[in-house]
Design a protein around this ligand. Structure first.
Ligand SMILES: Cc1cc2nc3c(=O)[nH]c(=O)nc-3n(C[C@H](O)[C@H](O)[C@H](O)COP(=O)(O)OP(=O)(O)OC[C@H]3O[C@@H](n4cnc5c(N)ncnc54)[C@H](O)[C@@H]3O)c2cc1C
Length: 351
């Protein structure tokens, strides 16, 4: 949908069909990312929250970042998809069907969806990537609640609170305070195997109890598994975009910014007659993220420290740039200097 919305802006007369079997409501969840005031303005109808402060906490310290230029923005996925849909042009249409099969003959693609076979000169495929067993992943369950009493620090997002059970892998609580009585709390793991649903729920309950936060009512639940490894597209003959093309940062699981950049660039290219999909994340960044994950797998005892030191080495603006892949050479230098050298040097050759 992001590509279609960008095409509607940059190539509004292109003949495009977007195949999506799920409704916006069926796809609803929270998508967060760092963005400027311009992003907040452009995405206002889909914004559920924006913050200028975020924090990471472990048993020893709290790293709090504040930013003037950057916002941590949370969108309702459903409202974002509706915004994209409203932007489509008469020749760029949504088809509410799954693609069952794609065949190629003489460089023309034949897509079967519903009872119709569509022909296309170019296919961009954002079906979710193949799942790789044993790969690193971020898996989580979130609970959206109303609280009985107002909470404190409702102007601050908690990106990672590590003061939870670390015995099964890197584990943290993520909190989005939409107001002082409206929260999304997620129990998130970065590891190679999922946990039973009850385990995440109990973690959230304990976290709330320890802080004396009583639940007035439940608003909803969401869960997800985000691959943090190399992604393989479902069909190697099509041009993969989105997660299947590697838009997910392997060290953090964030992909929204990268999908926006990729689809905007691609729409620009298509308007000029070029159909090559832009590489979403530079090879250097992919290498650094893979090295980071390698150290996490081989040295789980260092995991919390790695995130805390990385965040502690940067201020708010720098951290936001780091998370969105736009950090400068010197900001990278700060992060590298803050890391323990021996494990990174030892695993550099096996990435
Ligand atoms: C609960 C949850 C919370 C998340 N939070 C964040 C976040 O805060 N920040 C962030 O950056 N990322 C977040 N993510 C990850 C983010 O959603 C994904 O990285 C991103 O959606 C990938 O985009 P995509 O377009 O590549 O694929 P998807 O968004 O997965 O879209 C793939 C689409 O393909 C459709 N499809 C499947 N099969 C077919 C078929 N045969 N024919 C036609 N269509 C098909 C599916 O219905 C789906 O709509 C979250 C994920 C989840 C599940």
């Amino acid at each position: 949908m992001s590509l279609a919305a960008n095409l509607a802006d940059l190539a509004p007369h292109a003949e495009v069909r977007v195949f999506e079997p799920k409704t916006e409501e069926e796809r609803d969840c929270h998508w967060s990312f760092w963005g400027s005031g311009r992003h907040v303005e452009a995405l206002k109808p889909a914004c559920k929250g924006t913050w200028k402060r975020w924090q990471l906490i472990d048993h020893e310290k709290k790293v709090v970042h504040e930013s003037v230029a950057q916002n941590y923005i949370t969108l309702s996925a459903s409202d974002y998809l509706k915004l994209c849909k409203a932007n489509l042009s008469p020749t760029i249409q949504l088809v509410r069907n799954a693609v069952k099969k794609i065949d190629y003959k003489n460089n023309v693609a034949f897509l079967s969806a519903g009872d119709i076979t569509y022909t296309a000169a170019h296919v961009f495929d954002s079906r979710p990537p193949e799942k790789k067993s044993g790969g690193m992943m971020q898996h989580f369950l979130g609970r959206e609640i109303r609280t009985k009493e107002p909470i404190t620090e409702s102007d601050t997002v908690t990106l990672m609170d590590f003061r939870v059970d670390q015995s099964r892998g890197l584990h943290f609580i993520y909190v989005l305070p939409f107001s002082d009585t409206h929260l999304l709390i997620e129990s998130t793991m970065i590891s190679q195997s999922k946990e039973p649903q009850q385990w995440y729920l109990e973690t959230i309950d304990n976290w709330l109890n320890e802080r004396g936060i009583s639940v007035e009512s439940d608003i909803g639940y969401e869960s997800g598994v985000i691959p943090m490894d190399n992604c393989q597209p479902q069909d190697s003959r099509t041009s993969a975009i989105g997660a299947a093309s590697g838009t997910i940062r392997q060290s953090s699981g964030y992909s929204f910014n990268y999908i926006q950049q990729q689809t905007k660039q691609l729409a620009g290219r298509i308007s000029r007659g070029c159909y090559e999909v832009p590489t979403p994340i530079s090879a250097k960044l992919v290498f650094m993220d893979r090295l980071f994950n390698r150290v996490l797998i081989k040295h789980p005892e260092l995991s919390v420290k790695l995130f805390m030191q990385m965040a502690g080495a940067l201020n708010g603006e720098q951290f936001a740039r780091f998370m969105t892949g736009t950090a400068s050479f010197s900001e990278w230098g700060r992060v590298i200097l803050s890391m323990p050298k021996t494990p990174f040097l030892r695993h550099m050759w096996s990435v």
